[in-house]
Design a protein around this ligand. Structure first.
Ligand code: EPU
Length: 295
């Protein structure tokens, strides 16, 4: 811990990661660090590099499954400065640690639309940009399309501003994996609050109607292969309701693996392996996880 001296941060020892993931599974983080400011984050990353330490940045924990027995260092952008939000005309600038539900509420309250499709996603803004969160109903739309500028810190602790031309987004993918996202500027649309509310309601209703919302999950476990729905493929293999321990393939949407009680990371991974194997055998298609798996 001595190496962290001088750093302004909330530091927790042996913090259970399960409390910070939507699947409610995970080991302990020996050190859980929430830097107080951008410069503290930058200083922390510099120290981590010097010491050659391994670390994991945890945002909303909505697409995260940690298999290893412990995480040495988890970094979480939760202090006020990482959750701030500012609006100028039709642009919204927010810290990477703000949650999407909070961000959507602020956008709504200020008559800014565009992001309604993110309703019901429990991610942080940074995580959702990293993975280019999106939907495919009623048409494909992703958060990357709204990002005009990002403030990031690279793995050596050096801050950079990336403009739109430097950002690459594709289906559930960005070119940002070597950075920690600190804040984002998004270009939205002026829209009537009542229209924003209605759209948010439509997206939430679609989600509640078609997806699993009753148990902890990480959303869709696998990406959709081009031209297919992973949920449909897993369903056609007859795997709905299949269980390993307290983990289960949802009976409502087969691409959702749920924690019905005390599931472990291994239980969830066993079901993911089973789904991959069966889909490969039956259709010759290899499913690619959408959940970040830390082994
Ligand atoms: N289907 C089945 N069985 C199932 C699940 C789905 O037959 O168990 C069928 C549905 O009836 C439908 C088709 O498969 O005809 C597509 O299903 P759905 O509309 O639920 O969409 P999806 O392709 O499964 C994608 C995204 C979701 C996003 C929805 C809605 C991926 C991997 N999934 O799901 O994203 O919310 O569209 O826009 O891209 C996520 O990324 O975590 C996620 C949930």
């Amino acid at each position: 811990m001595n190496w962290l001296r001088g750093l302004k941060a909330k530091i927790l020892i042996d913090e259970p990661i399960s409390g910070h993931t939507t699947l409610r599974v995970g080991p302990k983080a020996r050190l859980w660090v929430e830097p107080e400011s951008f410069s503290d984050l930058s200083r922390l990353l510099k120290k981590v590099k010097e010491k050659n330490r391994d670390y994991l940045v945890i945002g909303g924990g909505s697409k995260l499954l940690v298999k290893r027995r412990a995480v040495a260092l988890a970094i979480h952008l939760n202090s006020q400065v990482f959750r701030q939000c500012r609006i100028e005309e039709d642009e919204l600038t927010a810290g990477a640690g703000i949650s999407l539900p909070k961000l959507l509420k602020i956008a709504h309250d200020n008559g800014l639309g565009g992001l309604e499709f993110l309703s019901g996603i429990p991610a942080s803004l940074g995580g959702s940009i990293m993975l280019n969160a999106g939907v495919s109903w009623p048409k494909r739309i992703e958060i990357g399309a709204f990002v005009v500028e990002l403030k990031v810190i690279d793995k050596s602790g050096v801050s950079r501003t990336l403009n739109k031309g430097e950002l690459e987004f594709s289906y559930r993918h960005s070119n940002l994996s070597s950075y920690v996202i600190v804040s984002a500027r998004l270009k939205l649309f002026k829209r009537r609050k009542s229209d924003i509310k209605l759209k948010m309601k439509e997206f939430l209703e679609y989600r509640r109607r078609t997806q699993e919302t009753g148990y902890p999950s990480a959303g869709c476990a696998f990406k959709n292969p081009e031209g297919h729905s992973s949920g449909r493929l897993i369903d056609l293999c007859g795997l709905k309701g299949r269980r390993v321990g307290d983990a289960a393939i949802s009976s409502k949407h087969a691409n959702f693996i749920v924690n019905t009680g005390n599931a472990s990371s291994s239980d969830i991974l066993a079901l993911m392996d089973l789904a991959r194997k069966e889909v490969k055998n039956k259709f010759g298609i290899v499913l690619e996880p959408e959940i970040q798996i830390v082994r």
